[in-house]
Write a protein that binds this ligand. Structure first.
Ligand code: 1CP
Length: 333
């Protein structure tokens, strides 16, 4: 078993495995070099040789315990034939979503359109650099994907006023997502993904009254499905107001926390293995401060199954030397 599996499945508390969200891409000069030559982000994701290379870049530099595949949560809307592009200094921009077309889409055509992702997972999970390390596949949670599908751009900029206007349509899209996200999970697992992480980056946007319909029920369905494949599932409902209730209802194998939640509260109130928490901005400060803050999380979760990670993705302006320092410090703890 890999250190991450020991922590999640066997509830080991003395290992302190580490991986970092968005570890592949963004802040590494060797990634930027590839990215510069490949302006089309979707095409880059679908080039299994380059995406394998990018996935392995952080593992060449740092003693991380997992490879997270270089892909994107928006590859699923893309696989559902919604136009998806990534604009410089803007972020994702999506086209019109056609429910009619999607209802006629079969498993085979969906899989074929994003098949390079599965080839990438095969290449990564069989590579010697991932020996005794976990290959992590992922999906966007139904709610977060629904946000991008309807909003057609990041809700960071704005969430359209009439978002909930057609509840019937939203429910139909959730049904479609349930079907194709399960196919995407199964394909990733069959290709060698040993852990699945569900990113619900916009969980914090929803009102309590809508949690059942848009977050708890749809996520539970995918969590139960992933468990049925005998693969551990980590959920990251970023900025959800009540992590404890989320865990009680959705029951992931591990929960990833954001940096706005009090780790002491989590440690006392959640019995599941915990991942993450530290503010990525800490990596932009000094080594002394980084050591102090990382140690805070390691101390709090000293007797708790804990996977070190950040409370959101590593920032593009991060100095790789700070990452190196962090990984070594966690390993030496
Ligand atoms: O322009 C560029 O160079 C592209 C930047 C980039 C990268 C490197 C995007 C565009 N996606 C990715 C890769 C990516 N995305 C990974 C790869 C593996 C790794 O972790 O290293 C992963 C896991 C994701 C997941 C993802 N994509 C999330 C969930 C995690 C999170 O950060 O909250 C989300 C919300 C997306 C959507 C997305 N993809 C890219 C952008 C700029 C965005 C939008 C974010 C927003 O709305 O603000």
């Amino acid at each position: 078993m890999t250190p991450i599996e020991e922590t999640i499945i066997n509830k080991k508390t003395n290992i302190n495995p580490i991986w970092i969200m968005r570890q592949a891409g963004r802040y590494l000069p060797e990634f930027r070099e590839i990215r510069k030559k490949n302006p089309d982000f979707i095409k880059l994701c679908l080039n299994e040789n380059l995406s394998t290379k990018i996935t392995l870049q952080p593992l060449k530099r740092f003693d991380l315990d997992a490879a997270i595949i270089f892909s994107d949560i928006l590859m699923v809307p893309y696989g559902l034939n919604q136009h998806v592009e990534f604009k410089k200094n803007f972020g994702p921009l999506l086209g019109e979503f056609s429910l009619e077309k999607v209802l006629n889409l079969n498993d085979f055509d969906f899989t074929k359109k994003i098949d390079s992702i599965y080839k990438l997972i095969k290449l990564v999970s069989s590579h010697k650099l991932t020996n005794n390390k976990s290959t992590i596949g992922f999906i966007g949670a139904p709610w977060t994907l629904l946000v991008y599908i309807i909003n057609k751009q990041s809700p960071k900029l704005k969430l359209v006023d009439n978002f909930f206007e057609s509840e019937v349509l939203l429910k139909k899209i959730l049904n479609v997502l349930d079907k194709f996200l399960k196919i995407h999970i199964k394909n990733q697992v069959d290709s060698g993904a040993e852990i699945i992480q569900i990113f619900d980056s916009w969980a914090g946007l929803i009102n309590s009254k809508d949690l059942n319909e848009y977050i708890y029920n749809p996520t539970l369905s995918l969590v139960e499905y992933t468990k049925s494949l005998n693969v551990p599932v980590i959920c990251f409902p970023r900025e959800i107001k009540d992590y404890k209730k989320y865990c009680e209802i959705v029951k992931p194998d591990a929960i990833c926390i954001d940096y706005n939640v009090d780790p002491n509260f989590i440690q006392k109130n959640i019995k599941l293995p915990i991942q993450g928490g530290m503010d990525p901005k800490i990596l932009l400060t000094s080594k002394e401060h980084l050591k102090k803050e990382a140690k805070k999380y390691l101390d709090i979760f000293k007797d708790h199954p804990y996977i070190f990670n950040l409370g959101h993705g590593v920032l593009p302006e991060t100095d790789p030397q700070m990452m190196d320092y962090l990984v070594k410090m966690v390993k030496d703890y």
